[in-house]
Design a protein. Sequence first.
Length: 241
Amino acid sequence: MANQSLVPKNPSKSGKNWLVEVSQHDKSGNHIYTTAGGIVKTKVKVHGAKFSDEWPQSLYFPDGHIHAGLFKGMATILDECRFSRFVGKNSKLAQCPKFQCKGNLAAPFDCCCQHMLYNQPDFVDINSLLEAACKAHSFEVLFLPKFHCELNFIEQCWGYAKWIYQLNPASSQKDDLEKNAVAALEAVPLKTMFASHSCHFMDAYSCGLNSCQAAWAAKKYCGHRILPESILDDLEKSNIT
Ligand SMILES: [Zn+2]
């Protein structure tokens, strides 16, 4: 889904069609800017979904319909997907309070209309705007878990630059700070295998090691491409728990 804001439960009214805001691009694919420097935005229809049999499902009423071109609303969309029991008499909320079920794998399937809709296979599998933009330029987006800087290559580079930066004598002079920051960033060696360091952690976690064991293993086997098969025995011998 292009926009994670609340999708209306009911059909749009004429003149208030539900659309999503996207950035406008020129023919070269670059953003268009306003005179004030902001990115020019435009509103577009969300592209269609698919039924379980792969038949296309438009999210807007078709030509010839009394509400042609207007957004159908979640209730109608779910009804068309044979979820009428959830949107009819015993109607579910459009969205539960604070959308608490979002990202909660233990949340019941029918928590709220938004949850049901977002968990339809064609909604789950759709690329985000970021993924679509990167794919158009032949880049793949790799999503990493939150709060795990050890798995993020660029965080390793920042960490290195910060370490270099803190070696400088303390100063409150703007020029000094800027010069030191630039020098620290330029000091990051291109040959250092930051990716390998992160890969060691990924390898360790996939072996079932905890964060403490993974940190120990990443340091001990920093020259290895992957962790040795003896890793569990090595941890036990070194009493790393
Ligand atoms: Zn919910």
